[in-house]
Design a protein around this ligand. Structure first.
Ligand code: PLP
Length: 374
């Protein structure tokens, strides 16, 4: 038997024009947040998502911070979001002095259960923060109808949705403000990076200002309000432009990976595989997630330990916001339960899903999965 090396949970593909464009940054001296690749990346990515404006920032988490601030969400306001998401979503709301209000997720798509939103709307609700999870978009039509009915803003976290659509319309085009991340495990990467998308020129201006310490054009070092340094560098944007050239190909690679895993794992007992499609989208498998059936006598933690021993990298699912110690200490989410999220947080994990994953590695992962679950 040939020697098998460890299969990492993620490895990006940087084999297009990344090197060429990066060298261009170094040769021309444009290495800070000034430089031609920033504008190019903002314009090209906005066009791809069918938005008027893109504001490149240093990562997907601060894209959410700036979005919440740009919408004027603050003390006393409530923002409805899924409990099953990354901390960045709730952190942005809490840091703004507002209150995150969470709903549970769907047991099959793992996306926020849109039917639970209306019951959580109060006179203080200012926005819905919708997060598309793992590769399938949230059912946007009923959510947008609710936002319209109650006059709520929509913040769309599309960090896992590059190249995905909902009923043929690009994810990232649905929010008053939408955000992306370009972390190395996303469909396109800039190392670290993010972007805020909007069609509203005033919101775009506000995000640009917040990104750049709210410097004033008339008197640079006099400030009317507090911003951040959330700028993206020209070098990151150079990677972004090169990666964007291959986005369609990357989505194909991921769909092929997902289909392959699903075919090879179909007969493995005790695990729930990700849904290949819904009525409005085909999965783009940001990650290939699995949930262990309740009948299996061990949880995700144990399965991940066993897979690690067999040379397979994994990551757990998100831990629900309403169970986060940091928020509990703040007195948030007292007595809240979300049974679906609580279960999948404990029984869910994802297997290697990166862009550079080979067919051989997929087989190696599947062999190990069979050993653990059969
Ligand atoms: C990755 C991710 C983020 C955070 O992006 P960073 O660039 O890592 O800060 C935010 N939201 C979701 C849903 C993500 O998957």
């Amino acid at each position: 038997m040939s020697h098998k090396t460890f299969v990492p949970v993620n490895e990006p593909l940087l084999k297009g024009n990344e090197e060429k464009y990066l060298i261009e940054c170094i040769r021309t001296g444009w290495i800070s947040s000034e430089g031609p690749f920033i504008k190019k990346f903002e314009e090209q990515f906005a066009a791809r998502v069918r938005r008027k404006y893109g504001v490149a920032v240093s990562n997907g988490s601060v894209a959410l911070d700036a979005s919440v601030a740009a919408l004027g969400i603050g003390a006393g306001d409530e923002v409805i979001m899924p409990t099953f998401t990354i901390i960045s979503c709730a952190a942005a709301v809490v840091r703004a002095g507002a209150v995150p209000v969470v709903v549970d997720c769907d047991p099959v798509t793992w996306n926020m259960d849109v039917t639970q939103i209306e019951a959580r709307i109060t006179s203080r609700t200012k926005a819905i923060m919708v997060v598309h999870i793992f590769g399938l978009p949230v059912d946007m039509n009923p959510l947008l109808m609710l936002a319209h009915k109650y006059g709520l803003k929509v913040i769309e976290d599309a960090a896992e949705m590059h190249g995905q659509t909902y009923e043929m319309r690009p994810c990232g085009s649905f929010g008053d403000i939408s955000t992306f991340s370009f972390y190395p495990n996303k469909h396109i990467t800039t190392g670290e990076g993010g972007m805020i998308m909007t069609d509203d020129p005033a919101l775009a201006d506000r995000c640009r200002s917040l990104r750049n310490l709210c410097f004033k054009s008339e008197q640079r070092f006099v400030h009317d309000e507090l911003g951040w340094n959330y700028r993206m560098t020209n070098m990151q944007a150079a990677l972004g432009v090169a990666q964007l050239e291959r986005l369609d190909e990357f989505v194909q690679i991921k769909r092929r990976m997902g289909a392959r895993y699903s075919k090879l794992l179909a007969s493995t007992p005790g695990i729930q595989l990700p849904l290949a499609q819904t009525g409005f989208a085909d999965n783009i498998y940001w990650v290939y997630g699995l949930v262990i059936d309740n009948s299996v006598p061990f949880d995700a933690k144990e399965a991940m330990k066993r897979l690690e021993k067999l040379g397979i990298g994994t990551r757990p699912f998100f831990w629900p916001m309403h169970e986060q110690p940091v928020f509990k200490k703040m007195g948030l989410f007292a007595n809240q339960t979300c049974p679906v999220s609580e279960r999948i947080a404990r029984r869910g994990f994802y297997i290697p899903s990166g862009m550079a994953l080979t067919d051989g590695q997929i087989e190696q992962v599947v062999d190990a999965m069979r050993k653990v679950f059969q």
